[in-house]
Design a binder for this molecule. Structure first.
Ligand code: DP6
Length: 324
């Protein structure tokens, strides 16, 4: 009853921001991401009869209480699905090229979903795995697949139609995504708390929801057409609108730091010089930059020169779940 799986993290081009059901993790809007080959989590789950509780080792160290609880709550769902009352040792390693706060719940929960269901003897289709991973962390539903992935919000209140599907595989489009690591990062409002506060209190939230449905249609067309300018500009605008909702929340907050702004302005400056580059930002200060392979040298040189930039990690569209 032991299995190992690897999942890559993903970056949303159209953001998931707000839940319509908190306990089942049902999103308020459909959203879309690209899976990144540069960041992954490898997880081994070993169910054993003699264990009396779940344990969790992360990067060779006993994980903190919060993380252990999240794992145990998720494994309860796997036990319920399989009908087996048995506990597990879980070991995870995050393969992140630098220790700069890029570890992700998306790759973590996707790898856990895959390894735990295989170890307990369930054989789930990707769609079922995505639906299960979703209940650990929303963005994990997308990391089951490689390439360009849409998480369809669904309509049902039981969540059965809320899962991700692949829109285009990793070989469809040879784009690059640079993760820009910033030097000082302050403690952030978690994405869970941030989206809750925004949906509950921000008057801008309704406008965000209305526009994001249109953005999703446009970006799917841009991906199909491999129209980089279109894809990039929709991505950047969607990111800015998501972040605008946080400024309207009560109490207001932002994930941006001075470094974040400097990188954003550099990317806009690159465009003014005719180099197509676009940014997106999740629930933290770090920036991801989308560009085409032929511009790599210029992009790296310019980003490296920005004050506060510590490292740049380059990804291509990556693959979905794999088993070791
Ligand atoms: C800003 O998937 O981390 O990165 O479902 O509460 O675990 P939970 O949240 P999570 O949220 C990700 C939010 C985001 C946008 C995105 O990835 O779509």
């Amino acid at each position: 009853m032991k299995a190992t799986a690897r999942a890559h993290t993903n970056i949303a081009l159209i953001k998931y921001w707000g839940k319509r059901n908190e306990s089942l993790i049902l999103p308020a809007n459909s959203n879309l991401s690209v899976t990144l080959d540069g960041f992954s989590t490898e997880t081994t789950v070993h169910f054993q009869e003699h264990l009396t509780e779940d344990s969790f080792i992360l990067n060779e160290q006993s994980a903190e209480e919060d993380a252990r609880t999240k794992i145990a709550v998720f494994l309860d769902k796997v036990r319920a699905l399989s009908g087996k009352e048995i506990y597990a040792q879980v070991q995870s390693v995050n393969h992140v090229p630098t220790a700069a706060g890029f570890a992700s719940s998306a790759s973590g929960l996707a790898a856990l979903a895959a390894a735990s269901t295989k170890a307990i003897g369930l054989s789930l289709e990707d769609r079922e795995l995505s639906r299960l991973a979703r209940q650990g962390s929303g963005s994990a539903s997308r990391s089951i697949y490689g390439g360009f992935v849409e998480w369809q919000m669904g309509e049902r209140e039981d969540g059965l139609d809320s899962y991700a599907i692949q829109v285009a595989d990793a070989s469809h489009w040879n784009i690059r995504i640079a993760a820009v690591v910033l030097s000082k990062t302050v403690k952030k409002v978690s994405s869970r708390e941030g989206m809750r506060r925004t949906i509950d209190t921000s008057p801008f939230y309704a406008g965000w929801l209305e526009q994001t449905a249109k953005d999703l249609q446009e970006i799917k067309q841009a991906i199909a057409d491999k129209d980089f300018e279109k894809m990039g500009s929709v991505t950047e605008a969607n990111c800015l609108r998501m972040h605008a909702t946080t400024l309207g929340a009560n109490p207001p907050f932002t994930y941006w730091q001075d470094n974040t702004m400097r990188v954003m302005q550099t990317v806009q400056g690159l465009r003014e010089q005719g180099i197509p580059a676009f940014f997106t930002i999740d629930a933290g200060p770090n920036v991801k930059v989308l560009y085409l392979p032929e511009d790599e040298d210029k992009i790296k040189t310019r980003l490296n020169a920005v004050e506060g930039v510590e490292d740049i990690i380059i990804s291509k569209p990556g693959s979905g779940i794999s088993y070791m």
